[in-house]
Design a protein around this ligand. Structure first.
Ligand SMILES: Cc1ncc(COP(=O)(O)O)c(C=O)c1O
Length: 396
């Protein structure tokens, strides 16, 4: 038996998504840009319908969605697109220390282009809102020279959900576009760009049971259009903002994935919260001295918690996360974000909430997904409990 609990890194593609993609590949393979013939017009129509459906999931209009290769590209398009627009005169960018590298690395590049980057600290692990930004510090950092604010909706390691609606009000005061990296949140909580008040939002299909290599960026068009500069130029597709033949199979697959999310989300959220809470309880029954990394949750009202329902991040006493993973080879979990887990550095997110290097190295991230069962959660707790007891005995 192998158990997959690494649903923050990626998710298993839903069978319903595979079905529509295979059908699309077999029959509707024409280029959606080839509107001179019937086959192309048919695919163009299917892509338009899929884009409409993707947009409505986010409460956006279809002309506000730019399809990309995933969240890394969407984040790059948002940050470079706003900062490097020819009419851009502002020089400050506000973000946070716990962002994903798909934000942090572009920010380093923008600093080299002369931008001043403010990386907000976050509340420490002892705080009930661990990993959350302090809105009063954000308010002090946002001013008339701020070109863009970029704060992720939910953290990929500790699940913290940021107060975007409040942040949006601060941004609006200075006419600053607010970007959010919603990669971990999309598919796991309701998405409404109007209620959040964000101007740009990145998402990636493989995090919500869709195919890899496709995602999107919401770019607000009303009441005022956000000005972004294209980063990929060529055939002029997608309003000239992202050229290249549309990935019609991916777009239809991503739309189907969001459709499945729409019909399942209200049942999935409490179910995943239940499994996450159960895992935490069972681990505590077997191991003394565990530390919860990230915000506490409200077991009675998962939808009101400031933590993703499917996220658990735990610091184990006396034992390294990597060693635990080696002891339990049939369990897929992670000791950091997928993009950085090949690096020896301890997680910048765990360091950002004040954990020591040793504590960060002694931590594991569990990500529950649609296909996990209670039996798997019980087995995971058993495996980890035994592995920890064995390793801790060596360490003593
Ligand atoms: C918060 C966050 N942003 C961006 C990314 C990058 O997404 P993609 O793999 O679609 O480029 C990830 C993926 O792990 C993520 O978790």
């Amino acid at each position: 038996m192998s158990i997959y609990l690494d649903n923050h890194a990626t998710t298993r593609i839903d069978p319903a998504v595979i079905d529509v993609m295979v059908r699309m590949m077999e029959t509707n393979y024409a280029n959606p840009g080839s509107t001179t013939h019937e086959a192309g017009r048919l695919v163009s129509g299917l892509v338009a319908d899929a884009t409409q459906s993707i947009a409505s999931h986010f409460h956006a209009d279809p002309d506000e969605i730019i399809v990309t290769s995933g969240a890394t590209e969407s984040n790059n398009l948002a940050l470079f697109g706003v900062a490097m627009h020819p009419k851009q005169t502002r020089r400050r960018i506000v973000s946070a220390v716990t962002e994903h590298r798909a934000i942090l690395d572009p920010l380093v590049q923008l600093e080299k282009h002369g931008f001043e980057v403010i990386r907000l600290p976050v509340f420490p692990n002892q705080h009930p809102f661990a990993g959350g930004i302090d809105l009063s510090l954000a308010a002090e950092s946002i001013n008339e020279d701020t070109a863009i604010v970029s704060i992720m909706l939910a953290n990929n390691e500790i699940g913290t959900i940021q107060p975007l609606a409040e942040l949006a009000k601060l941004c609006q005061r200075w006419g600053v576009p607010l970007h959010t990296d919603a990669t971990q949140a999309a598919g796991r909580m309701p998405m409404d760009v109007q209620a959040m008040g964000v101007d740009l939002l990145s998402f990636s299909s493989h995090k919500f049971y869709g195919p890899k290599g496709i995602g999107g960026l919401f770019v607000r068009q009303s009441p005022a259009a956000v000005r972004i500069q294209a980063q990929i130029v060529g055939g002029g597709q997608q309003f000239n903002l992202r050229s290249g033949t549309l990935n019609s199979v991916g777009i239809v697959g991503m739309a189907k994935a969001l459709e499945v999310v729409e019909s399942n989300l209200l049942a999935e959220m409490p179910q995943q919260a239940y499994l996450r809470n159960l895992l935490w309880e069972l681990l505590n029954e077997r191991i003394d001295g565990l530390i919860l990394n990230g915000p506490v949750w409200n077991a009675m009202a998962p939808r009101e918690s400031t933590r993703l329902v499917n996220n658990l991040n735990v610091c184990f006493p006396k034992v390294e996360g990597q060693s635990l993973m080696l002891e339990v080879p049939d369990l897929a979990v992670s000791s950091g974000s997928a993009c950085t887990s090949v690096e020896p550095h301890p997680s910048h997110v765990l360091r950002g909430i004040g954990l020591s290097e040793d504590q960060a190295r002694a931590s594991l991230r569990f990500g529950i997904g649609r296909f996990n069962t209670e039996a798997e959660i019980r087995k995971t707790a058993e495996w980890i409990g035994k592995a920890h007891a064995k390793l801790a005995a060596f360490a003593a």
